[in-house]
Design a protein around this ligand. Structure first.
Ligand SMILES: [Zn+2]
Ligand SMILES: [Zn+2]
Length: 246
């Protein structure tokens, strides 16, 4: 198991950093929504993070996925089976989640294109977490209604395509928080810097759409961003995104 750091960024909103990737827990009473599920080998980490916020993993009512990359979809299938929780994604991401299409770059291509000190160490650490294992969910469900989802935390899906075709952020308007997945990050093992940024372009399936999605994030009423990689960002999200819009 990795050492996870859990921070309550707003009432009932817990940001969990496991190092290479983050996920978020939304807690209402005893019930929990898990947003993203780490790498395939992180089932024990995700369940431990739920216990760490004083809840039982059996109280997981829903699993939401920003997008179907292995570091976000990782243990969703197992988590869903263990606790009887449905897995919800944007309709455009369903085929990707089922493993019927692939919209991701290989570690070898990353290494060939984005050489950074520490990149090899990163590749070897994510290998241990199961980056090479297939991650898929057999029966994902599309978001059932427009607007806020009827699950703990009442997250509002925000379509933010580009990184993948059906990437979705999740807005928590009552808290001014947005979970940005990989549409906006604040750091990455292969990035030279920290702070709000886009992932390197080769990670994006559709670069133009990814930029349009930054405008979508900038338009949200939010002053905390919880990214898929890097630390939580506190400050108006519109200001964080503005320098990235070119
Ligand atoms: Zn991704
Ligand atoms: Zn990612």
């Amino acid at each position: 198991m990795s050492e996870c750091e859990t921070t309550e960024v707003a009432d009932g909103v817990f940001f969990v950093s496991s190092g290479p990737v983050n996920w978020t827990l939304l807690v209402e009473g005893d019930a929990v929504t898990v947003v993203d599920t780490g790498f395939p080998a992180q089932l024990a980490d995700v369940e431990a993070s739920v216990r760490a916020v004083g809840r039982d993993p059996r109280a997981i009512e829903a699993v939401l996925i920003t997008h179907a990359h292995v570091d976000h979809l990782g243990c969703a299938q197992q988590l869903s089976q263990n606790h009887g929780a449905p897995v919800f994604v944007h309709p455009e991401e369903l085929a990707h989640v089922r493993g019927q299409v692939r919209e991701s770059v290989t570690p070898a291509r990353v290494l060939a294109n984005v050489w950074r000190p520490g990149a090899l160490r990163w590749i070897s650490s994510i290998r241990r977490l199961g980056v090479a294992s297939p991650a898929r969910v057999d029966q994902p469900q599309p978001f059932p209604t427009p607007g806020a989802l009827d699950c703990p935390g009442r997250p509002v899906p925000v379509p933010t395509p580009g990184h993948t075709s059906g990437h979705s952020a999740f807005h928590l308007p009552q808290h001014g928080v947005v979970i940005t997945g990989d549409a906006l990050v604040t750091g990455h093992a292969i990035s030279r810097r920290t702070g709000p940024q886009s992932l390197p372009k080769l990670f994006h399936h559709d670069r133009a759409a990814a930029t349009r999605s930054l405008h979508t994030l900038a338009a949200l009423d939010a002053d905390t961003a919880l990214p898929g990689h890097g630390a939580a960002h506190h400050g108006p999200v519109a200001d964080a995104v503005a320098p990235l819009l070119g």
